[in-house]
Design a protein around this ligand. Structure first.
Ligand SMILES: [Zn+2]
Length: 315
């Protein structure tokens, strides 16, 4: 599904949008668009006007094509898709439109769902419920939100770990709103929303360090195990592979042999990232990653041949 958004508010994040911004763009859209806009879900934010509540509940981040600016826009059909914490689809911006793509095969008659908030990736069921009640005013009935099931308990553990690793990678502590509330099995827990994000005492992980490689790889595996497929999984596998690539010159510089496992892991993770990209990208978009993998593969092959011929000549 492809859709051109309407009603752009430039250089503002959703939470910065005020009544006058919405009134200004509202006057620029057609009568039919106005009707469709007013029929959208308004959530339960304590904001003064219905139009502002609708805008804040439904707007999407928009990057200007030149990458120099951003904004918040309305995409009427995309806004109609319901949320799931285990979505079977996602969206992304391609030039001047949004494209909705499947993350896994969707059966005939199965509802197409997307995840409304990436923070849900590292929130346990009770925290997501608090946010959904407080801000979005809906309740999710996905498998991960069906508390007291084996899957949901495993999901909570994975998401808590995803949160720890996600923020560790950025040199941050897990923000208070993402921490499991004390006695997190208590489903009536009310939690504070928002809050500050403190720096991790260990600081930012060096991008190429073994710790960063491990964190990236674990994040990709955990997200995949949770069923949160797509861009983040591909990005973390690539992150792990690229971090290992950055280690290679250090071996060359110190005249140490590069452990073969490093090459094997780079290839493995690049392949996994590519496999994921093939599910949500068009051929022309994932082609550069395919080419990059082919180049690296031939580099490894020639290196391996070099090592073997060196071993033969040693004998
Ligand atoms: Zn859910």
């Amino acid at each position: 599904m492809k859709e051109k958004p309407i009603a752009f508010i430039n250089n503002k994040h959703a939470h910065d949008i005020i009544d006058s911004d919405v009134e200004e763009v509202f006057s620029t859209i057609s009568k039919t668009e106005k009707e469709a806009f007013l029929a959208l879900w308004e959530g339960s934010r304590s904001l003064q006007t219905k139009r502002l509540r609708i805008y804040r509940s439904n707007c999407f981040k928009w990057d200007n094509d030149n990458g120099k600016g951003f904004g918040a826009c309305i995409s009427l059909q995309l806004s109609r898709l319901n949320h799931s914490c285990l979505p079977n689809a996602a969206w992304r911006q391609e030039h001047n439109y949004f494209r909705v793509f499947a993350l896994r095969p969707i059966s005939k008659g199965e509802e197409i769902t997307v995840c409304y908030n990436q923070d849900f990736f590292w929130m346990i069921a009770v925290q997501r419920k608090a946010l959904q009640d407080h801000i979005y005013k809906f309740s999710c009935d996905c498998k991960a939100c069906d508390t007291n099931t084996e899957f949901s308990r495993a999901s909570d553990k994975r998401r808590t770990r995803i949160g720890l690793l996600h923020f560790r990678l950025q040199g941050l502590m897990v923000p208070s709103f993402c921490l499991p509330p004390p006695g997190s099995s208590n489903t009536s827990a009310s939690m504070p929303l928002g809050g500050s994000v403190a720096a991790h005492p260990g600081g930012l992980l060096e991008r190429w360090s073994d710790s960063a490689v491990q964190v990236q790889c674990q994040l990709a595996e955990l997200l995949q195990a949770e069923g949160l497929l797509g861009v983040a999984v591909a990005g973390h596998y690539d992150g792990a592979a690229n971090a290992l690539c950055e280690q290679l010159p250090m071996y060359v510089k110190s005249r140490q042999p590069i452990p073969m496992i490093k090459f094997e892991n780079i290839l493995k993770w690049k392949r996994q990232a590519l496999a994921m990209r093939r599910t949500y990208m068009m051929k022309e978009e994932y082609q550069p990653y395919e080419d990059d993998l082919a180049i690296f593969q031939s580099f490894c092959t020639s290196l391996l041949r070099g090592t073997m011929s060196a071993q033969v000549s040693d004998k």
